[in-house]
Write a protein that binds this ligand. Structure first.
Ligand code: FA5
Length: 343
């Protein structure tokens, strides 16, 4: 039995040495210590059959071996458990000192709102009032008071949505009707900007929407000249784009200004080489403008012999495209979170 005990001790130690995880370790333990068939358990059971001195001597030896093996098992188990946690920490790269991530932004302003806010801040700093106007507009304010009579071809170029059954009401095709409303309400001198939605029955492409934004600007005072107009346009573009941009001024026809201009800017999306945003011309029609036609001043209730002025109608979606490098205007109304989260 002594030899049996020595053999069990050696085999137990050898088996435990090669074990690399807790499950295998427990298998080895069961082989020697399971209640029914464990090799060590059998020896302990056999002791009962011995008598006298032999039972005493072998009993104490067997207990010594048993305690020793259980200690070896306990300390090996502890080592394996620690090694397991260390391995998980390394493999899964848990860094308990890492600070928690900032919460996801709950919401933010739409790029068009940002651009309009910046424009309104800029113009209020130059003494302009910010006004509003109706989107459903009368034919009179949308056209006639702006020197666009019924038969005028300019009405066709606007591709206007008329209200069914009420031909004298339109979804405003531009913000210019507010020129008349502002003069009628506030008189002169007057400086105002009005931003809002306008509507046109036209096919969409990279630079055209059927529903888009404009910002109307109006200055009425004595001795207003083209220099005042150009200076204000430069402030507008620099204020929003925060950099010098190349612009060109060319004659433009609008019945409510005389002379009228088209102010184009070199496309910042493609640096003038041509893309969808600039209709592949390298230039973007951004701010049509001009000196207010005397008939419009009169329709506003003012004396055109006393008062002069300038007006502009900024395509603010196109300006936003230039500011942020957006190559297709339709992104701005698509409601795509991946696009909007960039702002
Ligand atoms: C007008 O709407 C005039 N009322 C502007 C004006 C005001 C001229 C005061 C003189 C004095 P126009 O149709 O060109 O003009 O439109 C003005 C700007 O709106 C354009 O230069 C362009 O930047 C933008 N725009 C025009 N059509 C669209 C469209 N379909 N989608 C997006 N932007 C457009």
């Amino acid at each position: 039995m002594k030899q049996q005990l020595q053999k069990i001790e050696q085999e137990f130690k050898k088996a435990i040495d090669g074990v690399g995880d807790v499950l295998k370790l427990d298998e080895v333990y069961q082989r020697f210590f399971s209640r029914k068939s464990g090799e060590m358990t059998q020896i302990m059971k056999n002791l009962k059959e011995l008598s006298g001195e032999a039972r005493k001597e072998l009993g104490s030896l067997a207990n010594e071996v048993k305690t020793n093996l259980e200690e070896i098992y306990g300390s090996k188990k502890q080592d394996l458990e620690h090694a397991g946690w260390d391995r998980i920490a390394v493999e899964e790269q848990i860094d308990v000192t890492e600070p928690k991530l900032p919460p996801k932004r709950k919401g933010h302003l739409h790029p068009m709102t940002i651009v309009h806010n910046e424009l309104e801040d800029l113009f209020t700093s130059m003494g302009f009032m910010v006004l509003d106007g109706p989107e459903l507009e009368s034919d009179y304010y949308a056209f006639e008071a702006l020197n666009i009579p019924k038969t005028h071809p300019a009405r066709e170029s606007m591709d206007t949505f008329y209200v069914k059954g009420k031909p004298s009401w339109v979804m405003r095709p531009h913000t210019s009707p507010v020129q008349i409303r502002a003069m009628q309400k506030y008189g002169a001198p007057l400086r105002t900007v009005v931003s809002g939605r306008v509507f046109r029955n036209e096919a969409t492409d990279a630079s055209h929407e059927h529903t888009f934004y404009q910002m109307e600007g109006l200055v009425v005072d004595k001795d207003i000249s083209i220099s005042n107009l150009i200076g204000t346009m430069q402030e507008l573009l620099q204020g929003v784009l925060k950099k010098d941009v190349e612009v060109r001024l060319r004659p433009g026809y609008f019945p409510f200004v005389e002379p009228g201009f088209e102010l184009d800017m070199k496309c910042l999306v493609c640096s003038g080489t041509g893309c969808g945003a600039c209709k592949h011309s390298g230039w973007v029609e951004t701010v049509p403008c001009g000196l207010i036609h005397p008939r419009v001043i009169k329709a506003g209730g003012l004396d055109p012999k006393v008062w002069t002025g300038f007006a502009f109608g900024l395509g603010s979606m196109r300006l936003a495209m230039q500011k942020y490098g957006i190559e297709d205007i339709r992104h701005l109304h698509a409601g795509n979170m991946e696009f909007l989260e960039q702002f």
